[in-house]
Design a protein around this ligand. Structure first.
Ligand code: PHE
Length: 339
């Protein structure tokens, strides 16, 4: 008899059910009024005295395990129903977390800011919708000056005084108007030019312009600063300055960095010369200083400006500038960086 009881205990422990009917049938089988336990209890009187103790213990064990089983199965079933009702499957593995990547324009911009901040330049920003004064006139580009044609301009509606800035030199004007020398600032931002969109040029792009004004600032300071910059950003220290023209600087120059001619890519991007043009620069024209309320007898300074998009394209071998503004995640996800 005791063996039968033990067999039932094993069976009870093994039992499993996932619906109320099966659990109820199981409960009635063991714990019901006419169930097995009632039956076994009534057998108690027939058990010999020396077995009564063990029989009693075993029958109690069977009772507890049957009761526990019914309770735990019911609880599990309830949990499950709740989970289903909430519409969530809590057993489902988690979705992998996708880490975002910074836009290559931001990466390059931050690299440039970091390099210049090491030699004391702060960051200044200004509006993208500008007036004529800050974008042109203050920069030695009065109305009807032919050099205005160098930067095809978007005007806002019909007001020729309000426009989308064509360079961040406008921010430098604002900075000079509001700050006294010494000035060391770089101005990153988006600029607009009314140009046909192609793989090489877009109607908007990004610039970082720099301005340094103090007593006795010379062209040699400019050259040193630019060389420091190209060494830090590209790891290339060989530069050359070619005479050029900008209305707001005198003298003016175009800066080329020696890229090298080691690979086929070097050959292609430098058109076989090894040299790459990366920015414009010059000594700030005294007229510009005066326009911005700075005494040109006491102070001198240099300025430079470069396109971020072109540098990003160079660094990552991006062949079409339009990719930078299309926001295709397959393109953007390729740029993981700590900057
Ligand atoms: N503002 C010029 C441009 O947009 C760049 C530049 C800045 C040139 C400062 C010289 C000095 O092309």
């Amino acid at each position: 008899m005791i063996d039968t009881l033990k067999q039932h205990i094993t069976e009870v422990e093994k039992f499993s059910a996932d619906n109320l009917e099966d659990i109820e049938t199981f409960r009635i089988k063991y714990l019901g009024k006419k169930g097995l336990l009632t039956h076994f209890f009534s057998e108690f009187k027939n058990v010999s005295n020396d077995q009564k103790k063990e029989f009693g213990q075993t029958i109690n064990l069977l009772k507890t395990s049957a009761t526990d089983k019914v309770n735990s199965l019911k609880a599990a079933l309830e949990d499950n129903t709740k989970q289903k009702a909430s519409g969530r499957d809590l057993t489902r593995p988690g979705e992998p977390l996708e880490l975002g990547a910074r836009h290559p324009i931001s990466v390059v911009k931050n690299q440039i800011i970091e390099i210049f901040s090491r030699i004391g330049f702060n960051v200044s920003e200004g509006p993208e919708i500008e007036d004529d004064w800050h974008n042109f006139t203050a920069l030695n580009l009065p109305e009807y000056h032919p050099a205005r044609d160098m930067q095809d301009t978007f005007f806002i509606q019909t007001d020729p005084d309000i426009l989308l800035r064509t360079h961040t030199s406008s921010v430098q004007v604002r900075y000079m108007e509001n700050n006294k020398p010494p000035i060391r600032t770089i101005s990153p931002g988006r600029v607009y030019r009314n140009e046909a969109i192609s793989a090489r040029s877009h109607c908007f792009f990004h610039q970082v312009e720099g301005l340094y004004i103090d007593k006795d600032v010379s062209f040699a300071d400019l050259k040193q600063t630019l060389q420091f910059f190209t060494t830090e950003l590209f790891g290339k220290s060989k530069i050359r300055l070619r005479p050029s023209y900008f209305p707001f600087t005198e003298p003016s120059a175009e800066v080329d960095v020696y890229w090298g001619l080691e690979t086929e890519t070097d050959y292609r991007i430098t058109k076989g010369t090894g040299w790459l043009e990366i920015m414009g620069c010059g000594m700030v024209d005294p007229n510009v200083l005066e326009n911005c309320g700075i005494d040109s007898e006491e102070y001198s300074g240099f300025a430079f400006g470069m396109g971020i998009d072109r540098i990003a394209m160079l660094q990552h071998q991006i062949s079409d500038i339009r990719l930078l503004s299309e926001n295709d995640v397959r393109f953007l996800a390729q740029f993981k960086s700590s900057f």
